[in-house]
Design a protein around this ligand. Structure first.
Ligand code: ATP
Length: 211
């Protein structure tokens, strides 16, 4: 069985930057599936704008067309802050020997040292970092050290080891962010072509980003 990719985020809303990145990583690394894990409460950033139920509905709608994508709701069901280390521990107890790959954009990777017990993450999963427009890989500090110790360019390592490797890879650069989509919605602009049509419909119906 191939590795499971884990793509966490606020998904406020989910957009084509998330979806295309997940699909390219799935194909390039021969992942068995990608689990999208919407966060409930992210302690390191502002509260989400759309309610949890709407964010979940958008993620469900977005992944419906790709059979290798699925939604994992464990952070929404857990009380308290959505720490990734807790999510990976929980996934690891479900899949003791399976390779898990935490999928991160470069911006998220660079913020890792602020995450709770971040040094434990690479012991629980492999880490895959996708380049993102405007963000450069670290050349010094704890993340550069992590890359020096655990970095690999070989997807095979992600299949051989359940955890412990870090792979940085290019993906098609789609310079879109959820905050940009929310700001455009407040200005009355249509999010068409930045998000799947099913997500656009939810945004328009619920008016979740109207001021
Ligand atoms: P916001 O603008 O509200 O901060 P966001 O668009 O960055 O949101 P998040 O839900 O915070 O989306 O991000 C979840 C994950 O998706 C992170 O690992 C982030 O790096 C990655 N990501 C977000 N947008 C892109 C993109 N356009 N291309 C590649 N990765 C992305």
């Amino acid at each position: 069985m191939g590795p499971i990719g884990i793509f966490g985020g606020t998904f406020d809303p989910i957009h084509y930057g998330h979806l295309r990145t997940a699909l390219e990583l799935l194909q390039r690394l021969s992942l068995a599936q990608v689990l999208f894990v919407p966060s409930a409460r992210q302690p390191l950033r502002d509260p989400s704008v759309a309610p949890m139920s709407t964010r979940l509905a958008m993620v469900r709608a977005a992944v419906r067309e790709e059979p290798r994508f699925a939604v994992d709701t464990r952070e929404l069901e857990r009380p308290g802050p959505s720490w990734t280390v807790d999510t990976l521990r929980s996934l690891r107890s479900d899949h003791e020997r399976r390779s898990l790959c935490l999928l991160l954009g470069m911006d998220a990777f660079l913020s890792l040292p602020r995450w709770r017990r971040w040094e434990e993450l690479s012991g629980l999963a492999n880490i895959v970092v996708a380049h993102r427009p405007g963000w450069q890989p670290p050349d010094q500090g704890p993340l550069a050290d992590l890359l020096g110790r655990c970095g690999t360019e070989s997807p095979t390592d992600l299949h051989r080891q359940p955890a412990g490797s870090v792979l940085v890879t290019p993906v098609t650069q789609i310079d879109v962010s959820a905050s940009q989509i929310r700001a455009a919605a407040v200005a009355g602009e249509d999010p068409r072509y930045l998000v799947p049509d099913s997500v656009r419909e939810i945004i328009l119906e619920t008016e979740c980003y109207a001021r």
